[in-house]
Design a protein around this ligand. Structure first.
Ligand SMILES: [Fe+2]
Length: 383
């Protein structure tokens, strides 16, 4: 059974609250259910039709209707949060804590043990990150509806296979964690005092091998559970992948926030972005504990970052180093980086695609995701 929060359940929960406070079913001749049925047409854009129908259903005054740009930005983030939830769910099934908050799966003992080499609380952190992402997408979709805009539903693209390892649910997935090419350049990007990606600067990866080849971040089957260094390399890959995903959210919310027009939508962007940063900082710290080793099955090598003499690699330098920001004439400063906003939604799609996260996905999936991204990127910047 899928643990993803089904689109309709989210809406029903939201609708129950709304109905209780409003004292009954929405009026206006458009049922929530029939509106929601149209809401699955992702990428249809903030066309007047659905917005008008939503206003009729919910009685929202026009001043409370989102601009098409704000709605497109929120819809892109809803899609990103759905994708994050899908990948985190796979991690939780095998290496987290399976409970009523994040149900599904039954754990893989050897994989979990290997993750615990990075920190004994890894299963708890994986569980909590998963729960956070599930709440993020459920909230954004409910929020979109509450403001008369279409929610996002990617359920029809849940067609990728699950891991065959004991502990994983056998359900369709949106993301592929078994053939990843992980860019770990964020590690040196946040340790540099002279460079900023917004100035076009490039950064060396912490684990060069992860950027050259494709590697599983979860056991693909029980055959991956040994030898010990192999399953540890898989857990190490996950450890760095966690940081790679969450540094993306750390940048993406401030990037998109610069182009929203509504104060409450800005509040959503800022409040969510900070949590992605909290995730990133946790994972950056844990990745530094990944045991140095070489996987005997494929040669994937994790360097010893703990004892690195290079300041841009040293594991404990996890606080962002002050660096250049906006203009070279200004003093260096400790900041999230990058925060450029132009074309960034499509940039995220390209980044995740290059990572191998969508290997095996259909053309329809890529088309839908790119449409959501191009609509978000068309939203006008402030000022
Ligand atoms: Fe999130």
């Amino acid at each position: 059974m899928s643990i993803s929060i089904p689109h309709e359940n989210v809406a029903e929960t939201d609708g129950a609250t709304r109905n209780a406070s409003a004292g009954g079913e929405p009026t206006g001749g458009v049922s929530r259910r029939s509106f929601l049925a149209t809401g699955v047409a992702i990428g249809a854009g903030a066309t007047l039709g659905p917005l008008e129908r939503a206003k009729a259903a919910f009685g929202a005054p026009s001043s409370e209707t989102l601009t098409s740009g704000d709605a497109a930005i929120l819809r892109f983030r809803a899609a990103a949060e759905i994708l994050e939830s899908d990948l985190w769910q796979q991690y939780n099934e095998l290496g987290g804590i399976q409970d009523s908050e994040v149900p599904g799966g039954s754990g893989s003992r050897r994989y979990t043990k290997a993750l615990e080499e990075l920190d004994e609380d890894m299963p708890q952190y994986i569980h909590d990150n998963t729960q956070d992402e599930l709440s993020h997408f459920a909230f954004i979709n409910a929020y979109l509806e509450s403001r008369g805009a279409e929610p996002v539903n990617l359920d029809k693209f849940r067609e990728l296979p699950s891991s065959k390892a004991t502990g994983a649910q056998q359900i369709g997935r949106l993301t592929n964690l078994m053939e990843l090419t992980v860019d770990t350049s964020w590690w040196t990007r946040y340790r540099s005092s002279t460079k900023n990606p917004d100035f076009g600067d490039k950064f060396a990866p912490a684990v060069p091998d992860l950027a050259n080849g494709s590697f599983p971040a979860i056991p693909r089957s029980d055959d991956d559970l040994k030898p010990k260094k192999h399953i540890q390399a898989i857990a190490n890959t996950a450890g760095f992948h966690f940081g790679t995903i969450e540094q993306g959210g750390t940048s993406n919310y401030p990037q998109l926030a610069q182009r929203v027009t509504d104060l409450e939508v800005l509040r959503v962007m800022l409040s969510f972005g900070g949590v992605e940063t909290m995730h990133f900082q946790t994972w950056q710290d844990k990745a530094g504990n990944a045991p140095a080793l070489t996987d005997p099955t494929n040669g994937l090598t994790f360097p010893n970052l703990k004892e690195s003499s290079d300041e841009e690699l040293k594991a404990n330098l996890i606080m962002p180093e002050p660096t250049v920001f906006l203009r070279n004439s200004l003093p260096i400063v400790s900041i999230v980086r990058p925060t450029n906003t132009e074309g960034i939604a499509m940039g995220v799609v390209e980044f995740l695609t290059a990572m191998g996260l969508f290997k095996g996905q259909s053309k329809g999936f890529f088309d839908a995701l790119k449409q959501l991204a191009s609509e978000a990127d068309a939203a006008k910047p402030r000022g």
